[in-house]
Structure formats: structure tokens, C-alpha cells
Design a protein around this ligand. Structure first.
Ligand SMILES: Cc1cc2nc3c(=O)[nH]c(=O)nc-3n(C[C@H](O)[C@H](O)[C@H](O)COP(=O)(O)O)c2cc1C
Length: 198
């Protein structure tokens, strides 16, 4: 069988429909990003685990590997939470903490790991990393859940709904910022640069 990239990308895209906000603290500095790679990683309900793939290009990647702690938040789509969810996506997913602090614009409290918990999220789990897998362009972290809370009973915001509501200017900025990230991933994989941005 040959490799049909359209078939591969069709099969793999959208498998994880819920964007999550990931925050962390390292050496007293707080930061965070948006991710579509988070998932449950344990079958034991009394000892939950979470996994996230962090792109090495991102500052949050380095900070989570340094500190070993993070908070992973679900975002809400109810009328009380929707605008806050979009603000979190725009605040954390459109620029790097290297270019300026992103957390101070959001309402937070400190979690048991010291990581900032976003008070306008739907719910969260707080994790301590137990193992990580170096995957060239990214690191996949697996963490024990050591804290969690549900702030609201509303629904979860999926990425299709979010893309449809985010302002056009922000989406353009996101696409622009995505290009160097993708090129960096290709370099780390030993692949030719300058390919498709899809
Ligand atoms: C919908 C969406 C999904 C994303 N998924 C991931 C992901 O799974 N892993 C990752 O490292 N970055 C992901 N990103 C990119 C980061 O959120 C983005 O590059 C961020 O600006 C990094 O900030 P930092 O450098 O402060 O860590 C995603 C962004 C968006 C908007």
C-alpha cells in the first residue's frame, strides 16, 4: 500500500475536537498555550492521568519540562463562558510568552502545583509529569492528575465552533505565527522546509 497523505490527514484530523488551555509555572514565571492534543491516559478512574503533545518551538514546552507541572483546562460554550473561552484562546494561542506575558490578562488562582488556574474555564485537571517521550518536533508528556475542579455545568467548546467565532484578524495572526512553528518542526524531523502550511 502506498502512503496517501490526503487519506492519512483525513483519518487523523479532528480526532481531538476540544481545545484546551494549558498553563504552567517555572522559576516563578507563568505562561500557557492552547492545545488540541490533550487526552485521557489511564483507565483507572480513581487515579486519572492526562497526556499532551507539546511542540518544542513553544515556550510552554520548555517550562513544563523544567517544572514538571501544568493545568489543562476545558473551555465552555455556554452564554456565560463563551466570550471568556474565546479570550483565553486568543490570549494564549496567538502569540508566545517569549514576546510578553500572557497570563496577567486572565483571571487566575494558584493550584496545588503553583500553576495558574484559569477561573473563566469550564473545568480543569492539574498534572504532575511522570514521564515524557521525546518525539523530535515535540515532547509528549504523561502526568498524574493531582487536582481538579468543575466551575460550571455548561457545554464544552469544540474547535469548529471556536474557529467560526474567532475574529478574522486573529485567525490571520494565528496562521502567520504557525508558519515558523511548522518550519521548525520540519527541521527537527530532518524534512525539507517550505512545504504546505495546511
Ligand atoms: C487550536 C490550537 C491548537 C493548538 N495545538 C497545539 C498543541 O497541541 N501543542 C502545542 O505545543 N501547541 C499547540 N498550539 C499552538 C500554541 O498554542 C501556540 O503556538 C502558542 O502561541 C505557544 O505559546 P508559548 O510559546 O507561549 O508556549 C495550538 C494552537 C491553537 C490555536
Amino acid at each position: 500500500m502506498s502512503l496517501d497523505l490526503d487519506a492519512a490527514n483525513y483519518t487523523l484530523s479532528g480526532l481531538r475536537p476540544f481545545p484546551v488551555a494549558v498553563t504552567t509555572v517555572s522559576h516563578g514565571r507563568v505562561n500557557g498555550l492552547i492545545s488540541l492534543s490533550a487526552g485521557a491516559a489511564a483507565i483507572v478512574p480513581e487515579a486519572p492521568r492526562v497526556t499532551i503533545a507539546l511542540t518544542k518551538y513553544n515556550m510552554t514546552h520548555d517550562m513544563i519540562l523544567e517544572s514538571g507541572v501544568f493545568v489543562m483546562h476545558l473551555l465552555g460554550n455556554g452564554p456565560d463562558l463563551l466570550q471568556g473561552s474565546l479570550d483565553i484562546i486568543m490570549g494564549l494561542g496567538g502569540s508566545s510568552g517569549r514576546d510578553g506575558g500572557k497570563i496577567s490578562a486572565l483571571r487566575t488562582k494558584a493550584g496545588v502545583t503553583g500553576s495558574p488556574i484559569l477561573l473563566d474555564a469550564l473545568s480543569y485537571v492539574e498534572g504532575r509529569v511522570i514521564v515524557s517521550l521525546d518525539a523530535e518536533e515535540s515532547t509528549i508528556v504523561l502526568a498524574d492528575v493531582v487536582g481538579s475542579e468543575r466551575f460550571s455545568r455548561g457545554g464544552r467548546l469544540n474547535i469548529g465552533e471556536a474557529w467560526g467565532k474567532l475574529p478574522k484578524e486573529w485567525l490571520e495572526q494565528y496562521e502567520h505565527n504557525h508558519i515558523p512553528q511548522l518550519e521548525n518542526a520540519r527541521l527537527r524531523r530532518g524534512l525539507p522546509t517550505g512545504g504546505s502550511v495546511q
